[in-house]
Design a binder for this molecule. Structure first.
Ligand SMILES: [Fe+2]
Ligand SMILES: [Fe+2]
Length: 373
C-alpha cells in the first residue's frame, strides 16, 4: 500500500533537511525518518477488525472469486529478486543532492509498502471470515515482498529500515473501516498510476534510468492494481458507502487529500524528478488523470482536475508547505509563527480545492478492470 492520504501535509522528513549538510544517512537515521508521523510521511493504520471481518462478499461473489484466483496464481512469485538486470549502482558517485532525495524516496516508499503489510497481516491474524482473511493474507504477501525489495536496494547504499522495530514502535493511527477502504483503495490505485507512469517514461528514455529498481515497476504496479480491485469490491459490498450524501463528502475529502499530498510530496524532490527526466507538474497531472479514470469503476464522481482553481489550489498548498518547512528549519518563535501561518494557508488551500464541484459519471455494472496503461 502506498497510502498518501491524510498522512501528509508538512515536510519534516523532507530531503531538503539533508541538503547543504554533509550528514550521512545511516540505518538508524533511516529508521528515524520512517518513524516520523507527519501529514507528509507514511503512517501505520489500525481499524475495527471485527467490523471488517463481518463483511459479506456474496453480492460481488463472481468478481471476487475471479480476483482471488488471479492473486492466488501469484504471477509475481519470482519477480522481486535481483537478477542480471540489476545493474551495479554507483552510490558513491551519485550527486549528493540526488542521493539524498532518492534515499528519502526509497525510505518513504518502503515505509508505505510496509504500512500496507502490517495492516493486512493484522487483519489476516485477527479475522475468521475465510474470504476476508484469504484476501488480506494475499495482499500482505505482496506488500512484504515490495517493502523487502526496496530495503534490499537501500542495503546496497549501506542503509536499511528496521522494519521489526517499526512494527513495534511506530504509532498506529486508527481509521474506521470505511475510511480504510476509501483511503487504501485510492492509495493502491494511485500507487499503480505512479509506478506505471515512471516505468513507461523510462521505457522511452532509458538514459534517465539511474537505478535498476525502476525496471521492476511494471509487474510491481500490477500487484497494486489488484489490491485496488479488491478494495473496489469491498466498497461495492455496501452500496451506502458510495451512495449516501455524507459518504460522498468523505470520498471527495479523500480524493482531495490524496491528490494534494502527492503533489506536495513530489514537489519536495525536484532533483530526483529532474534525474528521471520527469517534469514533476506534468507527472502529477498525469497520475491524477490515470487515477481518476480508474476510480470511475467505483466512485460516482471524479475531481475536476481541469478546473482552473484546481492547479491554483495545489500550487497554494505547495507554497504553504514550503513555508511550513522553512519555519521548521528556522525554529524559535519566528519559526513557530511561520509554521502557524503556513498551516493556516495550507488549510485555506485545501478548502479551495474541496470547494471545486466534482464531475459526476455513470458507473459500470462490474467494477473489474485490467491494468491498461
Ligand atoms: Fe498494494
Ligand atoms: Fe505494494
Amino acid at each position: 500500500m502506498n497510502i498518501q492520504t491524510p498522512k501528509d501535509l508538512n515536510g519534516h522528513a523532507s530531503p531538503t533537511a539533508l541538503h547543504g549538510t554533509n550528514e550521512a544517512m545511516t540505518s538508524e537515521k533511516a529508521t528515524d525518518v520512517a518513524m516520523q508521523d507527519t501529514l507528509l510521511t507514511p503512517r501505520f493504520y489500525t481499524t475495527d477488525f471485527n467490523e471488517l471481518d463481518a463483511i459479506n462478499v456474496e453480492n460481488v461473489r463472481h468478481d471476487w472469486d475471479t480476483l482471488i484466483g488471479q492473486m492466488e496464481a501469484d504471477p509475481n512469485k519470482g519477480h522481486f529478486k535481483k537478477n542480471a538486470d540489476w545493474d551495479t549502482v554507483d552510490w558513491d558517485g551519485m550527486e549528493p543532492a540526488l542521493r539524498a532525495e532518492f534515499i528519502d524516496f526509497l525510505i518513504s516508499s518502503c515505509t508505505a509498502e510496509f504500512s500496507g503489510c502490517v495492516l493486512y497481516k493484522e487483519m489476516k491474524r485477527r479475522g475468521s471470515n475465510p474470504d476476508i482473511t484469504q484476501l488480506f493474507q494475499l495482499m500482505a504477501r505482496d506488500e512484504a515482498r515490495h517493502a523487502g525489495f526496496i530495503n534490499d536496494a537501500l542495503r546496497e547504499a549501506g542503509i536499511a529500515v528496521n522494519l521489526g522495530f517499526l512494527t513495534q514502535q511506530k504509532k498506529y493511527t486508527y481509521f474506521r473501516p470505511k475510511f480504510i477502504y476509501y483511503a487504501t483503495y485510492l492509495s493502491e490505485k494511485i500507487g499503480y498510476a505512479r509506478y506505471i507512469t515512471i516505468f513507461r517514461h523510462l521505457e522511452k528514455h532509458p538514459e534517465h534510468r539511474f537505478h535498476p529498481i525502476f525496471k521492476w515497476f511494471e509487474e510491481w504496479c500490477n500487484d497494486e492494481f489488484s489490491h485496488g480491485e479488491a478494495f473496489a469490491l469491498l466498497i461495492k459490498t455496501d452500496p451506502k458507502l458510495t451512495e449516501s450524501r455524507q459518504n460522498r463528502l468523505w470520498i471527495k475529502f479523500f480524493l482531495t487529500a490524496v491528490y494534494g499530498t502527492m503533489w506536495v510530496r513530489d514537489h519536495q524532490r525536484p532533483v530526483f524528478h529532474e534525474a528521471l527526466g520527469v517534469d514533476v507538474t506534468w507527472y502529477g497531472m498525469e497520475v491524477f488523470r490515470k487515477t481518476s479514470e480508474i476510480s470511475k469503476q467505483i466512485y460516482p464522481f471524479t475531481l475536476d482536475i481541469d478546473h482552473p482553481r484546481f492547479r491554483k489550489g495545489l500550487d497554494k498548498l505547495q507554497d504553504a508547505n514550503v513555508q511550513i518547512a522553512a519555519g521548521k528549519r528556522q525554529r524559535g518563535i519566528t519559526g513557530k509563527i511561520k509554521q502557524f501561518i503556513g498551516t493556516a494557508r495550507a488549510a485555506a488551500a485545501f478548502a479551495v480545492l474541496y470547494s471545486i464541484p466534482v464531475v459526476h459519471h455513470e458507473r459500470p455494472a462490474s467494477t473489474m478492470m485490467e491494468p491498461a496503461y
